[in-house]
Design a protein. Structure first.
Length: 217
């Protein structure tokens, strides 16, 4: 890895981490300001509802920042991911999810429900697929071997939860829709933080080492 690509990778890692952490913080803050909000019975997008969420602007700006930082961060760190078909497919899928996240903030659920529902799906599905695809490329000698199982597991949780979520097959459950939706979103956020940490641990020069043990990445 050249010095220039190393600096770009580290900058990308910081953007991914900051984007993720500020979004998690914003969700917590907006929930606290939202009377009667429930992690189990409310959609995440209710936090951005301009009619019912007191701090909807905070949430909608925050998810836009998440998407923007993800787009730029992935582009900057592109060369540090395992090369080949998995990178060529997986990272663009994540970038689709990042761009869709920006649109989620621009089209709150009560402003344009049809567009909001479509762009939300474009966050969920490409995000889950990307984790599985990128996991395939995290083999021995890739510098990411310790993250293969981590990526597979989190991607599988997202996709399995999405399969229950989309057809509204759990409407009678007290865990629906909020808890199920969080099982879609949170694995991708956790993966992003793990990847950011791994990118920051890569050497500044030379080839990437195999990630030790089960460290995420």
């Amino acid at each position: 890895m050249s010095a220039l690509s190393s600096r770009a990778s580290r900058a990308g890692a910081y953007l991914i981490a900051v984007g993720t952490l500020q979004f998690v913080g914003a969700m917590v803050a907006v929930q606290l300001a939202y009377p009667g909000y429930s992690d189990f019975s409310n959609y995440i997008s209710d936090l951005g509802n301009t009619s019912t969420s007191p701090w909807h602007l905070v949430f909608n700006l925050s998810i836009g920042v998440l998407g923007l930082f993800a787009l730029v961060g992935i582009a900057a760190a592109w060369g540090s991911f395992p090369p080949g078909a998995t990178r060529a497919v997986g990272l663009p899928l994540l970038m689709v999810a990042g761009f869709a996240a920006i649109l989620v903030g621009l089209f709150p659920e009560n402003v344009n429900p049809t567009v909001h529902g479509l762009v939300s799906l474009l966050v969920f599905l490409p995000g889950g697929l990307a984790l599985v695809v990128l996991g395939v490329g995290m083999g021995a000698g890739s510098g990411w071997a310790g993250g293969r199982g981590y990526s597979y597991l989190l991607g599988a949780i997202t996709l399995a939860s999405l399969a229950f979520f989309v057809p509204d097959g759990m409407t009678s459950s007290p865990w629906y829709p909020g808890f199920v939706e969080r099982l879609i979103v949170f694995p991708v956020l956790l993966w992003a933080l793990g990847v950011a940490v791994h990118l920051l641990r890569l050497p500044r020069d030379g080839p990437s080492p195999v990630a030790p043990g089960p460290a995420p990445g």
